[in-house]
Design a protein around this ligand. Structure first.
Ligand code: FES
Length: 232
C-alpha cells in the first residue's frame, strides 16, 4: 500500500525554523514507522536524520511524536496508523537535527535521582538476596527504557521544565522500593523538592505514552506517599 509521510525537518545549519516535508513510500501494513524512515533514508533522501539502535523496543532511542502521540518508531506499525503518518521530534526537548533531540536535559534529571544501587554494607560472598515478593514490589518500574516518551508528553514538564519528570520518578521508584538499597531517604528528599513529585497533576499522558506499559501514575503516587511518610 502507498503511505504518505509528513516529516518535520530541521537542519540548524540551513533552516531558520522547522519545516515539513512530504514523502510517499510503498509499504506493507505490518511495516513499522522505523522501516519507513529507513526506506526514505536509503532510497529517497539520505539527509533525513533520526536516531535508532536496537530496532526492537529495547534501547529507547527512537521515541518520536507520531500521529499526535509519543511512540517508538520501531514498535508502531502502519496498520495501526493508516495511510497518512505525521512524524515530528519529541516535544519539549531541543532539536539537534530532524527527528533527533538533545537528551541531555532529560538525562540530567535522570541522574539527579541517583538511579543506582546504594548500599554501604560489605557485599556478601554471593549476591544480596531478596524474596520474590520484595522483587515484585518494584517490578513494573524496572521496565523503563529511558526513551523519554513519558516526560516529553507531560504538560507539567512543558509548563515547568525544571520538573524532574515522570521518567526520573519511575527510575527513583525502582530503587526506593528495592530492599537491597539504602538510598531511599536521599532520593525522597530530592523528590520532595517543589520541582519533584508535587509537579505531577495526574494527567495520565505519561501512562498513554509509555511503550512498556508501565503504570507511571501509580509509581508517582507511591513515591509521593513515601515522601509524605518520611516527613511525618
Ligand atoms: S530502536 Fe531501540 S527502542 Fe526503538
Amino acid at each position: 500500500m502507498q503511505v504518505q509521510l509528513r516529516i518535520q525537518r530541521f537542519d540548524p545549519e540551513r533552516d531558520g525554523k522547522p519545516r515539513w516535508q512530504d514523502y510517499t513510500v510503498e509499504a506493507d501494513p505490518m511495516a513499522r514507522v522505523l522501516d519507513l524512515l529507513h526506506l526514505i533514508h536509503w532510497e529517497q533522501d539520505a539527509t533525513l536524520t533520526f536516531r535508532r539502535s536496537c530496532g526492537h523496543a529495547i534501547c529507547g532511542s527512537d521515541a518520536m511524536f507520531i500521529n499526535g502521540r509519543n511512540r517508538l518508531a520501531c514498535k508502531i506499525r502502519v496498520d495501526q496508523l493508516g495511510r497518512k503518518i505525521t512524524v515530528a521530534p519529541l516535544p519539549g526537548l531541543p532539536v539537534i537535527k530532524d527527528l533527533v533531540v538533545d537528551m541531555e536535559v532529560f538525562l540530567g534529571k535522570y541522574r539527579s535521582v541517583q538511579p543506582f544501587l546504594i548500599n554501604e554494607t560489605p557485599p556478601p560472598a554471593k549476591e544480596r538476596l531478596q524474596s520474590a515478593e520484595d522483587r515484585a514490589r518494584f517490578d513494573d518500574t524496572t521496565k523503563c527504557i529511558l526513551c523519554a516518551a513519558c516526560t516529553t508528553s507531560c504538560p507539567s514538564f512543558w509548563a515547568q521544565p525544571a520538573y524532574v519528570g515522570p521518567a526520573s520518578i519511575v527510575q527513583a521508584h525502582r530503587f526506593i522500593f528495592d530492599t537491597r538499597d539504602q538510598g531511599a531517604d536521599e532520593r525522597l528528599e530530592i523528590l520532595a523538592d517543589r520541582d519533584g513529585v508535587w509537579r505531577c497533576r495526574t494527567i495520565f499522558n505519561c501512562v498513554d505514552a509509555c511503550p512498556r506499559g508501565i503504570n507511571i501514575t501509580r509509581a508517582i503516587l507511591e513515591v509521593s506517599r513515601a515522601v509524605v511518610e518520611r516527613s511525618a
